[in-house]
Write a protein that binds this ligand. Structure first.
Ligand code: 1HE
Length: 265
């Protein structure tokens, strides 16, 4: 029995195979992230690791995935430096829970994926774009700076030189070029949601402990020296590669009944 929180700005739809569709639901505001939504992201992604949910499709209602920080709320609130710093720390709390939580998150992207919306997408493990999707960091033009992890995750995806260019010049990436620079792993001709759901369904068939390692250990190890990462990898492999639940799969391979790896699969 999977228990999920009740949220206002994010709708949740749990499928029978353990795939959860979490959909940002402020389309009239282009899914801009207000303070309440940040708290809901923290709640959701803190709950998921021990919930039994096997994979997540992170989607959004309307024509745009996410317009980033709620600029109107920010303007009206006229926050102090300390207040905004603490708000950014909540963004980091949410996005770190996503990246390091161990539950695969596949982002279904359409329309604008900009500013904090790109920071949100960058915290997912797989990004799927369609013909409408475009990526930008308009903070530079708004008199702002990134505060939701772009300096870490977007720079990690595209490299610091491209991130600096995006911020200095407002450069927008879309289509195959967005894939080529690393902003998305998939560009589909149909709907990004359908493709993301299919990927989540595939990932959900892996053993949860294996997915935990994939969606947590790789990021942690990226923060370590090569020397420490190789030690940590051995420890994680010791736990994951001897899990009782894997015996059935290994048995099937040994007997020749398990699927073989083939191109095109
Ligand atoms: C918003 C926001 C928002 C739309 N905060 N309300 N992010 C940006 O600089 C992106 C700002 N948004 C846009 O450039 C455009 O809105 C879009 C390209 C995303 C969509 O354009 P469009 O023509 O479909 O919509 P619109 O007419 O601009 O906006 C529709 C409504 O959404 C309107 O509200 P309304 O009450 O007047 O109808 C907009 O005010 C509202 N809206 N985007 C608040 N971002 C942790 S630091 C992170 C730093 C950042 O993310 S900086 C933000 C960067």
């Amino acid at each position: 029995m999977i228990t999920l929180p009740t949220l206002t700005n994010i709708t949740l739809d749990l499928h029978a195979d353990g795939v959860l569709v979490a959909r940002l639901n402020r389309p009239a505001k282009r899914n801009a992230i207000n303070a309440e939504t940040v708290e809901e992201l923290v709640t959701l992604f803190s709950t998921l690791p021990r919930s039994g949910v096997r994979a997540v499709v992170l989607a959004a209602a309307g024509d745009h995935f996410c317009a980033g920080l709620d600029l109107v709320e920010h303007h009206i609130a006229d926050r102090s430096a300390a207040d905004f710093m603490h708000l950014c720390l909540r963004w980091h709390e949410a996005f770190n829970k996503m990246e390091y939580g161990g539950v695969p998150i596949i982002a279904a992207l359409q329309g604008a994926v900009v500013g904090g919306g790109l920071e949100l997408a960058a915290a997912a493990h797989v990004r799927v774009a369609d013909a409408s999707t475009y990526f930008a960091l308009p903070e530079g033009q708004r008199g702002l700076f990134t505060g939701g992890g772009a300096t870490i995750r977007v720079a990690g995806l595209v490299g610091k030189a491209r991130m600096i260019d995006m911020m200095l010049t407002g450069r927008v990436y879309k289509g195959q070029e967005a894939v080529d620079v690393g902003l998305a792993q998939y560009l589909v001709t149909g709907s990004s949601f359908d493709a993301a759901l299919a990927l989540a369904q595939k990932a959900a068939q892996n053993l949860p402990l294996t997915n935990f390692a994939i969606c947590s250990a790789i990021s942690h190890m990226g923060n370590m020296s090569g020397f420490d990462a190789s030690y940590a990898e051995a420890v994680v492999a010791g736990v994951v590669n001897t899990q009782p639940a894997a015996r059935e799969r290994l048995d099937a391979f040994a007997k020749g009944t398990a699927a073989r790896v083939r191109p095109g699969d």
